[in-house]
Design a binder for this molecule. Structure first.
Ligand code: PEP
Length: 250
């Protein structure tokens, strides 16, 4: 059975007291319920240490990490700095980093390698733009993102990664991929994993959907055969909404 995962991506939101309150309410709820999924929160780096130290039932990850271990990279945080404070997961390849911060596929590959070296779980994001979807080439686009930054990993390292399919046109827009569209892409990703690694590895890889997933649509989206959970932006900022999504896997 593939692991089900629901992960919140807080992006650049919340002040410290709000962040701690939200995280505690999720951590407590996960403690009190037997949800059938693992729960992650990807929090702003400035809060990582305090939130890692106060989380017992959920996993806390970073939204970014630099591939170099040390050096003159003002404003950056290395993967080994993340690891040293106990943050054992990282988002890599989010479309906001690709588009707004011009992160190239080669750079993402270096980040993947650095995270793996520090034993940090990689949540690798991929997804096509609206233009690419409308061109009909969206499957090729997404598979090539995976080939260029993730599929170089040896199987034992690839097995430690999670993939998040996030169509760019659905992120923060209120438009979701239909369950059929999302599931078809997840199947295509699984087929690609099967070819590069093996059918058994493809069967055991968790592939999450992200893009305007909310309490109203989570059940349908997250119960598709090839969707193993969600990466949730806006709806992870409200306790009730995030818990409703998590409860999909009760
Ligand atoms: C995200 O940024 O990863 C995301 C899925 O955002 P939203 O849920 O707000 O579309």
């Amino acid at each position: 059975m593939r692991k089900k995962i629901v992960a919140g991506n807080w992006k650049m939101n919340l002040l410290l007291d709000e962040a701690e309150k939200l995280n505690k309410s999720i951590d407590d709820a996960v403690n009190q319920n037997s949800f059938g999924c693992e729960v992650y929160n990807f929090v702003p780096s400035i809060y990582l240490k305090s939130i890692v130290d106060n989380s017992k039932n959920i996993h806390i990850g970073a939204q970014n990490g630099h591939p170099e271990k040390v050096g003159a990279f003002t404003g950056e945080i290395s993967m080994n700095q993340l690891s040293a404070i106990g943050s054992k997961a990282v988002l890599i390849g989010h479309s906001e980093r690709r588009q707004l911060f011009n992160e190239s596929e080669a750079f993402l590959k270096e980040k993947v390698n650095a995270a793996i070296e520090e034993d940090i779980k990689v949540f690798f994001c991929c997804g096509e733009s609206l233009e690419q979807r409308e061109s009909g080439k969206y499957i090729e686009v997404v598979i090539s993102q995976l080939k260029n930054s993730l599929f170089h990993l040896p199987v034992e390292d690839f097995q430690k990664t999670v993939i998040a399919y996030e169509p760019i046109w659905a992120i923060g827009t209120g438009k979701t991929a239909s369950p059929e569209q999302a599931n078809a892409m997840h199947k295509a990703i699984r087929e690609a994993i099967s070819k590069v690694y093996s059918p058994a590895i493809a069967e055991s890889t968790s592939i999450l959907y992200g893009g305007s997933c909310n309490p109203a649509n989570a059940k349908t989206l997250l119960s598709q055969s090839d969707i193993d959970g969600g990466l949730i932006g806006g709806a992870s900022l409200k306790t009730e909404d995030f818990l409703t999504i998590i409860s999909t896997y009760k």
